[in-house]
Design a binder for this molecule. Structure first.
Ligand SMILES: [Zn+2]
Length: 50
């Protein structure tokens, strides 16, 4: 569908056996996403500046 921009709607969180926090999300188009926050990684998203 062209340049469809997925909208990640949170479906909840789970924790893996390794202690990683896993965020599940999905778009209205049916695409699914998982985002893993490593247990020892600290802040998963760091934006430089400002
Ligand atoms: Zn989508």
């Amino acid at each position: 569908m062209g340049d469809h921009v997925h909208v990640r709607l949170s479906q909840g969180l789970s924790v893996s056996a390794d202690g990683e926090l896993i965020e599940h999300s999905r778009c209205r188009c049916g695409a699914t996403f998982t985002k893993v926050f490593e247990a020892d990684g600290g802040e998963p998203e760091r934006r430089p500046g400002s």
